[in-house]
Design a protein around this ligand. Structure first.
Ligand SMILES: Cc1cc2nc3c(=O)[nH]c(=O)nc-3n(C[C@H](O)[C@H](O)[C@H](O)COP(=O)(O)O)c2cc1C
Length: 257
């Protein structure tokens, strides 16, 4: 029976999904039965039945988004399983790869490797700045496929009892580490703008609710926000009526913090 891989990804504007698809291509070409699973529909049973677990995400606030952190935390034990991680990011990924790899290792998995590529930056206040426009590009996507193959080959070697070099992951003391700490809920609540629903503009299309990564928006009959916001502002982005209003401070545009 071929090895099985659950390739779970979170992607809002498609960058990470594109990378996931190419990694999937590489793994499949190398004989691994791989299933691409959007994070929201990933079930623990699928994970339990897999030999390899791949997790991909965009970088938010210099780390993995809160929903991804929680997803990894809630995984069943990954003892005797193998894993890899990948990210797309607009400019600075900081310790996102390391954080996820370490969390997977704490679950018991052997982490085989990681991959990252730039991705057109979709952070709301930077809209129009065209940061990392055109990424992931052809070269990065080809590299993602090569990475998929390399993971399959490494796994096969381990199973044959051959020696392979495994990456080591350690949190780096980089400039962005303290900034990534601001993603703690309290700091986000104070630094980032609140969302206001303008009922006179809302046509109750439910796009915001359907696209919320944590199902934090309920229609009542207008969108109502719960307490589980990860501050991705995707609700603001996908609202065609501009009914979700956020007052972005000019500091975000100038300092690009
Ligand atoms: C809320 C938010 C925060 C972000 N924070 C960062 C960041 O800290 N560093 C970075 O390099 N890119 C950041 N980005 C850019 C995304 O990581 C990048 O656009 C990614 O490729 C989006 O992936 P997707 O298309 O799969 O959703 C952020 C984007 C959003 C929406």
């Amino acid at each position: 029976m071929p090895p099985r891989c659950a390739l779970v990804y979170f992607s809002q504007t498609g960058n990470t999904k594109k990378v996931a698809e190419r990694i999937h291509g590489g793994l499949s070409a190398a004989g691994v039965a791989t299933e691409l699973i959007p994070m929201k529909s990933a079930k623990n049973q699928k994970i339990k039945n897999s030999d390899i677990i791949g997790i991909g995400t965009p970088v938010f606030f210099y780390r993995e988004p809160l929903n991804v952190e929680r997803f990894i935390k809630n995984l069943p034990s990954l003892k005797n399983r193998f894993a890899f991680v990948f990210v797309t990011y607009g400019g600075h990924k900081s310790n996102s790869i390391e954080r996820m790899a370490i969390a997977l290792r704490q679950k018991g998995a052997t982490v085989l490797g990681d991959f990252s590529a730039l991705g057109y930056d979709t952070f709301q206040p930077w809209d129009g700045m065209e940061i990392a426009k055109g990424h992931p590009d052809v070269k990065e996507l080809k590299a993602a496929e090569v990475f998929g193959r390399a993971i399959a080959e490494k796994y096969a070697k381990i199973k044959k009892g051959e020696r392979v070099t495994l990456p080591r992951y350690k949190i780096k003391l980089d400039f962005w580490l303290p900034v990534s700490m601001f993603t703690l809920d309290l700091a986000k609540r104070t630094m980032l703008p609140k969302k206001k629903i303008n009922k006179s503009k809302c046509n109750q299309c439910e796009r915001c609710a359907k696209n919320c990564p944590t199902d934090n928006i309920t229609m009542n009959p207008y969108p109502t926000l719960g307490n589980d916001c990860i501050y991705c502002y995707f609700c603001e982005k996908v609202c065609t009526k501009k009914a979700i209003e956020c007052r972005w401070s000019p500091a975000f545009r100038i300092l690009k913090i």
